[in-house]
Ligand binder design. Sequence first.
Ligand code: UFG
Length: 337
Amino acid sequence: MSKILVTGGLGYIGSHTVVALQEAGFKVVIIDNLSNASTKVLDGILAISGELPEFENFDLRNKLKTQEFFKKYDDLSGVIHFAASKAVGESVGNPLLYYENNVSTLIYVLQELNKKDNANFIFSSSCTVYGQADKMPITEEAPIKAAESPYGNTKQIGEAILKDTCKANQNFNTIALRYFNPIGAHKSAQIGELPIGVPQNLVPYITQTGAGVREQLSVFGDNYPTKDGTCVRDYIHVVDIAKAHVIALKRLLNKKYKENFEVFNLGTGTPSSVLEVIQSFERVSNKKLNYKIVDKRDGDVISAYADTNKANAVLGWKAKSTLDDAMESAWKWQQTL
Ligand code: UFG
């Protein structure tokens, strides 16, 4: 039975991917340093799948521990690498933390995998690599723009490191998945997003406001050149994203790839404005959301939504859930917290 390492496997997208892997028959070992996750997530995973993944609690910045891990687990078929810091604002204030957490640790993992006869690696990338793209929807061919934040830069650098590694070693196979805006939770409401402190992202802020944890949502700007003046994004159910990882992994394991470094957008292709997301919440929760329009947030792109043709055609993957489906699951999860 194939064993897969999931770094950051107790985090938001990681935990949903662990469940999707288990459902597909894979054994999973998780590395997580619990910096933005809790061991309670293991209970949620067990409740859904009936199976407890192996769990190693350490920080990938510890190079020695990382080396020891790969010596102990010498039978891994693939690695899905989520472990990283992801707060854009924090990265501006503390860039070195982001370069260490997101770039140094990637290098340590790759150094170990590069010693093997064959390595299969899936990288968590982001639509942030496109910045404000000139054309919508955004294809994988769109130019990589200068990063707006150290966080965004770590995703660009990560992709570049992987591309070079794959070029130098034809037995090193990578798929980089560029996520648009993941939202929602597992339908069981056993796992979901667990923001620490005040959420920076729209959907957890909305559901917390709906639940009375926050008083009011601030909508950042309403005079953008979009359908209703608010920013437009591509919100995709986290379970659809998780399933794409399993499909990408199988592509690597079955040697179906055309090149040993490939990139795919993971989005729905449907553009939604901030006000449409609020309306979706109001529909599924039957509640009015308390919100006000405030000034624009620094660094926000106006619009970003995916051209999903490559993932549809090459991976045979398509997001199934609608915005309302995802919002309903996010609201169900919020009510368990
Ligand atoms: N928004 C609000 N109020 C809030 C929070 C967000 O109006 O309290 C708006 C934002 O201005 C934006 C939209 O909701 O228009 C989505 O904002 P998020 O913070 O949820 O998501 P972003 O698209 O800004 O950021 C996401 C990821 C980042 C990644 C980026 C790439 O969170 O990690 O996409 O574009 F870098």
